[in-house]
Design a protein around this ligand. Structure first.
Ligand code: 0RQ
Length: 504
């Protein structure tokens, strides 16, 4: 690891994770690196969690607020949540222990659009960044930092923090050097200028992070892999969903509403998104581009096959097998992959300009096209909105995907009224389940309901949805978006009471 720390000034600050964690004050706003299990600090959070547990045993309380790029890993979110050490968490998580504490009401969680976090910090809406803990892949002799497998909010964390702890992870591939594009041109209103990206792979910044050496209070060498969770091989349901999306895109090209090479694609996280990417590999497309936030296995396969020419993102999130292959040849991808700060990878201005095709998973949609991406039964958080809103509202096409049922059919993903709204009917163009695809563009609410019920609902729930819609049409207070107010959320209530949305 000393090879990775070329700056003598920073090499002098090398210390253990325990010593570094000891520098984090009680109650601090701690801004950490990490995005979808990539590029998060591997050692200091665990050491901080041990300090917290020791404090509790001694009758004291040591809690901090934790800000990140997006989701991290058991070594960060899991360890700190287990130690009951997080007062408030933002902006996205997918950790089981964290989820449990949030839903038990013992941890505060602020679920924010990922592109908004950096500007919120610059505007002072969230308070001061007391300390940043950032993983890098190396430190150059002049003190410049080589970013790691995600960029996330790291530029903002380092710029705004009073003190910075760096973890230098020698597990990260040296081939990452030069892949990043860190834009230092952002400003606050009224001094903003256009973000000069007109093509998905444009480079507008520098390949490193800048950090004054005197801000750095500790440097901790590590050698540990990213989370690298695996993907389930596409099953029948996800293959069908992918098939509907591909048929739709092909038809849009035929109708002249999309170019042959489509428009830059954005794909969410998870197995279904991965299956859609696998489907693209089998389709007729070549030379495509991606303007997205995460590059996962499916996208790397597309880059390898030439289906995808270039990909812009803020993080790499591979399975254990794929990351080995990638790390061994990362340098070969430098001209095709650009990793940017998340405020740029998800920037509404750029997403709108490029005309991104946004494809994201959802928990449920209602018959009128409102989408819930985050809450189970209206109250229990699953993960968070992540970047889905950044892309959905501003994309050229906004597509939401889900199996038509969850929990072995006990839950319908198509409901009379969503129990929580992340993406309003105004932000949703297409809803897809394994049953089919509903194209909601240009349709009134009543017309949308017909499409969603006919094409997306599971046959077991279709008659009940039709019945609801017909009765609402006949007797609702208003007939524009007809609802039966005392019944609209009764499916969710029934599930909470009986364990199924099915009628007895
Ligand atoms: O639960 O894990 O207990 O089995 O939700 O569902 O079907 O495996 O689908 O992995 O694609 O996740 C919306 C959560 C879908 C995800 C969501 C339960 C289901 C299962 C996962 P189990 P699936 P996916 C870019 C974009 C928001 C962030 C986003 C997500 C679990 O896509 O977090 O889009 N999106 N970011 O059983 C009860 C329902 C359910 C349900 C699913 N209707 N009721 N449970 N589940 N539907 C990436 C970033 O921003 C970083």
């Amino acid at each position: 690891t000393p090879d990775r720390i070329a700056s003598a000034a920073l090499r002098a600050k090398v210390m253990s994770a325990e010593d570094a964690a000891g520098l984090i004050p009680v109650g601090a706003n701690v801004a950490m690196s990490g995005f979808t299990g990539a590029g998060y600090p591997k050692a200091v959070p665990g050491a901080l969690a041990r300090r917290m547990t020791a404090a509790t045993a001694a009758g004291e309380t040591l809690r901090v607020n934790v800000w990140t790029g997006a989701s991290t890993a058991p070594e960060l979110d899991g360890a700190l949540a287990e130690a009951d050490g997080i007062e408030l968490r933002l902006p996205y998580q997918s950790d089981p222990v964290t989820r449990k504490k949030i839903n038990a009401g013992t941890m505060e969680y602020l679920d924010t659009h990922l592109s908004h976090v950096a500007q919120m910090v610059w505007m002072g809406f969230l308070g001061a960044v007391d300390i940043a803990v950032v993983e890098v892949a190396g430190i150059d002799a002049d003190g410049r930092l080589v970013p790691s497998s995600s960029v996330g909010n790291n530029k903002t964390w380092i710029d705004r923090a009073d003190r910075v702890i760096l973890e230098v992870n020698s597990w990260q591939s040296e081939g990452l050097r030069g892949m990043h594009d860190v834009y230092y041109g952002t400003a606050l209103p009224p001094d903003r200028v256009p973000i000069p990206i007109t093509g998905p792979a444009d480079r507008i910044g520098v390949p490193h992070l800048e950090c004054p050496a005197d801000k750095v209070i500790a440097v901790v060498p590590t050698d540990a892999p990213d989370r690298n969770s695996g993907f389930a091989p596409p099953d029948t349901v996800s293959r069908r969903i992918a098939g509907h999306v591909l048929d739709f895109l092909t038809a849009e090209v035929r109708r002249g509403r999309l170019p042959d090479r489509l428009l830059p694609i954005q794909s969410g996280v998870g197995n279904i998104a991965n299956a859609v990417l696998a489907g693209l590999a089998e389709g007729p497309f070549a030379g495509l581009s991606a303007y997205t936030e995460v590059i996962q296995d499916g996208m790397l396969d597309l880059l390898d096959s030439g289906t995808l020419a270039t990909a812009s993102a803020t993080a790499l999130s591979f399975s254990p097998g794929t990351v080995q292959r990638f790390n061994a040849s990362a340098a070969d991808y430098r001209d095709r992959i650009v990793l940017r700060p998340q405020e740029i990878s998800n920037h509404p201005e750029v997403v709108r300009r490029l005309g991104v095709i946004a494809m994201n998973g959802m928990i449920e949609a209602d018959v009128y096209g409102n989408v819930n991406s985050t809450h189970l039964m209206g109250s229990r958080i699953q993960n968070g909105i992540g970047g889905s809103g950044d892309f959905a509202r501003n994309g050229y096409l906004s597509i939401f995907l889900s199996p038509s049922t969850a929990k072995d059919g006990a839950i319908s993903a198509i409901v009379p009224m969503v129990s929580h709204v992340d993406h309003t009917e105004h932000d949703v163009d297409i809803v897809v389940t394994e049953q089919g695809l509903a194209d909601l563009r240009g349709l009134s609410p009543k017309q949308r309901a017909e499409q969603v019920i006919a094409h997306c609902a599971h046959p077991d729930y279709r008659p009940a949805l039709r019945d609801y819609h017909e009765r609402a049409l006949a007797s609702a207070y208003g007939r524009h978006t007809p609802h039966l107010l005392t019944e609209a959320l009764s499916w969710h209530a029934r599930f909470v009471e009986t364990g199924t949305m099915r009628r007895p």
